[in-house]
Design a binder for this molecule. Sequence first.
Ligand code: NAD
Length: 369
Amino acid sequence: MIDKKGMKQMKFKIGVIRGDGIGPEIVAEALKVMNKVAEKYAEEFEYEEILLGGASIDVHGKPLTEEALAAAKSCDAVLMGSIGGDTNTSPWYKLPADLRPEAGLLAIRKGLGLFANMRPAYLYEELKDACPLRDDIIGDGFDLVVMRELTGGLYFGARKTEEKDGVLEATDTLCYNENEIRRIAIRAFDIAMKRRKKVTSVDKANVLDSSRLWRKVVNEVAADYPEVTLEHMLVDNCAMQLVRDPKQFDVILTENMFGDILSDEASMVTGSIGMLSSASLKEGTFGLYEPSHGSAPDIAGKNLANPIATILSAAMLLRYSLNMDAAADDVERAVKEVLQVGYRTGDIMSEGMKEVGTSQMGDRIAERI
Ligand code: NAD
């Protein structure tokens, strides 16, 4: 790695959170792929193991320690599997809410100041049958990302429930300041520059003041990115357009609650949860990368989990945190090739394909890097 002054830099330090359930299995496969990337591009990755969730509860009695958070902060990026157990049977769920696995996940996101969540929705030609949309709508596929604001808006505003004249009334507050909008808009435009250079900013500016401010600030940020095409879309229209013509989107930029709903809708139209990666970002290049799915305790330890979402999360880490675009392209191409030649884990299996386990899928992808 050469820095801006032309000096050879130190190796990249990558935090590794294996987590619970299928987490350790899928992370092992992503690291196989990362190691092949390191070899091919003559880079050095130093891995720092970090405990989170149930794995941390078992050792330290809590889902995230100060030391673990400090370790994550010291890394260039963090790759995570998934955390949590069977919520009906695992002893972790007999603990108070703030000591359960998921509390660790919220705490690490907050502690790292991750304010932007990026979820790609990409439809693989080979998995078209899993897509609930009609063939004429899918065409030759779609490739979009939802950039969702993660630490502001309705989910973080003041709330109360009170009784007025014998009638219960509940209030939630939707508040954004211009700095919160600007920093995620910048992130979204930066990402668009690495993609097809189009941003669709989604709001409800015909009704909400917070949306009118959102639109104003996004327009200001857009002025610094003349190569990127910006359009504004109302959220109700966007929900409709995602199933009418998903091909029109590249980067969808939106606030917390709209993004919560739209990112689930976007991922559903791709059909398979085992394929979907995600990133949580802040200013600069640091990010936490993880699959969109959970720890799947029902199939843990059986070599049945699909590692592709985690491998594609590693590709995002290469692209957005380490600026290794060619390596990220390589990983994404390897995944495509493996699907093309017919390898499938159980969750994406269809007639005539070759069923493989978690580790075999990782091997097939790694050997194509
Ligand atoms: P889940 O995503 O773990 O599983 C839902 C279904 O999808 C299950 O049938 C599972 O077997 C299947 N599945 C998920 N990932 C798969 C993969 N890679 N390959 C093949 N099949 C896969 O959701 P859940 O069952 O609601 O939650 C299980 C646990 O995961 C809970 O403790 C929950 O809190 C936790 N969780 C963690 C995260 C995270 O770490 N970010 C996210 C969601 C849920």
